[in-house]
Design a protein around this ligand. Structure first.
Ligand code: MEV
Length: 438
């Protein structure tokens, strides 16, 4: 155990780690230092993003080009550690680009937050009446906080008292709705809520409801954002669902639609199905400096909003058309947070044409839909391992420290067969032993 770790210099923090967890091994220190940025200013910027920073942790950024969304072309930046994800998104983008692309609509952008409080009084009607009578004060007392947001067209949309005493004794909420424009808005919302709590406490203390004072338990935005919703769809004549195997377009569309039905009805499958969607969405969220934990939490809560966990995507075949769509809550920001700080995040925004938050919602959801299309296309035809293991082949070869020549020969060798781990190791041993494999 150590006291005051955060107060140590970076060098001293590393020293302590190496001594205590790496038997003073020099190589561990070298690993950390190798990942420091040579530009001190840039390194300082990264150091200050979080606390107790010792080095940087790289993730690859890839590009999925040819995303046609509402008639506009995007090359989408994706940050992920998982092989196949970028390739799958790009493949799907290409498939849909010549079929009209992705049609996207933002249905709503409202965010919600709560003052969670206890009030032990009996006269609920009096509480309701008081909250109504002071409603205006919540707005006037937060004018300093909301001024800039109001100028941009956002602000507080509404504040309601919600009786939750059946769930928790004496428990009520002030439930507030917000429009935060292009910012994710967490700080804005939380600041407003804390001010609401001050107003509430002061007003109740001065009212006839006293001495039953309000006990504020907490003030916090909700990461469940079902009112911050985007819809993206693709559609084509069924005969265009040609996917490159011997299957007819009709049979492929049928099997694909059945796979979606399975995800809609079976939670075990739905979780994996949605995980695949989030492979795409999270990659864009990370590249654009948004909060992927918030996005994940909200997406999965939304998937279970009707009481059973279900698929975020849906498919339909009717009137000779195949239609595939996603509806997902995405509370995103394109200003604030690290969007104006992290050089790669800034690059990602520039690459996307500095989109508004609403446009970024549409891009991210389109990538999620594309990802799911590719996954289901593989799963329902060749199986997922063929493509996945081909992409993973390089990871295995890198782990084995294969040379470029060895890699080229082994990749050629597996061009026609799905490479499983043991077979790759076997092939590597043969090549390392001097054998030419073909
Ligand atoms: C792997 O990361 C994602 C998939 O499992 C998604 C799915 O099964 O739909 C391939």
């Amino acid at each position: 155990m150590i006291k005051g770790f955060s107060k140590l210099t970076k060098a001293a923090k590393i020293e302590w780690l190496i001594d205590n967890y790496f038997n003073s091994e020099q190589s561990a220190r070298e690993t950390l230092e190798n990942y420091w940025h040579s530009d001190e200013k840039l390194q300082k910027l990264h150091d200050e993003f979080i606390e107790n920073t010792i080095t940087n942790f790289y993730m690859p950024m890839g590009i999925a080009p040819n995303f046609l969304i509402n008639g506009k072309e995007y090359a989408v930046p994706m940050v992920t550690e998982e092989s196949s994800v970028v390739a799958a998104a790009a493949k799907s983008a290409g498939f849909w680009a010549d079929k009209g692309g992705f049609k996207a609509t933002v249905k709503s952008t409202t965010k919600i937050g709560h003052v969670h409080f206890l009030w032990k009084g009996e006269d609920k009607l009096a509480l309701i009446a008081l909250i109504q009578s002071i409603n205006e004060k919540f707005y006037t007392e937060t004018e300093g906080i909301t001024k800039n947001m109001r100028k941009r067209g956002g602000g507080i949309l509404g504040i309601d008292l919600v009786d939750k005493t059946e769930d928790v004794p004496h428990y009520y909420q002030l439930e507030a709705e917000f429009e935060t424009c292009d910012s994710m808005g967490a700080n804005f919302i939380n600041s407003c809520l804390e001010k609401f709590a001050d107003v509430l406490k002061a007003e109740i203390a001065q009212s006839s409801l006293a001495p039953n004072e309000v006990e504020v338990v907490m003030c916090i935005l909700s990461n469940f954002t079902p009112k911050c919703l985007v819809h993206v769809e693709v559609c084509c004549p069924i005969e265009q669902m040609v996917e490159g195997t011997e299957m007819t377009a009709e049979a492929f569309a049928e099997r694909f639609t059945t796979a979606v039905r399975i995800a809609e009805t079976q939670p075990y499958r739905a979780v994996t199905h949605n995980k695949g969607i989030m492979n795409g969405i999270d990659s864009v969220i990370l590249a654009t400096g948004n909060d992927f934990r918030a996005i994940e939490a909200s997406a999965h809560a939304y998937a279970s909003k009707d009481g059973r966990y279900t698929s975020l995507t849906h498919a339909d075949m009717s009137d000779g058309l195949f239609k595939f769509w996603i509806e997902v809550p995405l509370a995103l920001g394109t200003v604030g947070g690290i969007t104006g700080l992290h050089p790669m995040v800034k690059f990602a925004h520039q690459l996307l044409g500095n989109p508004s938050a609403a446009e970024l919602m549409m891009i991210s959801a389109a990538v999620g839909l594309a990802q799911n299309f590719s996954a289901l296309r593989s799963l329902t035809t060749t199986g997922i391992q063929q493509g996945h293991m081909k992409m993973h082949l390089l990871n295995i070869l890198n782990q084995l420290e294969a040379t470029e020549e060895e890699k080229a020969m082994i990749v050629r060798y597996f061009i026609k067969n799905t490479p499983h781990h043991a077979e790759v190791v076997e092939a590597f041993k043969r090549v390392r032993g001097g054998e030419v494999i073909a």
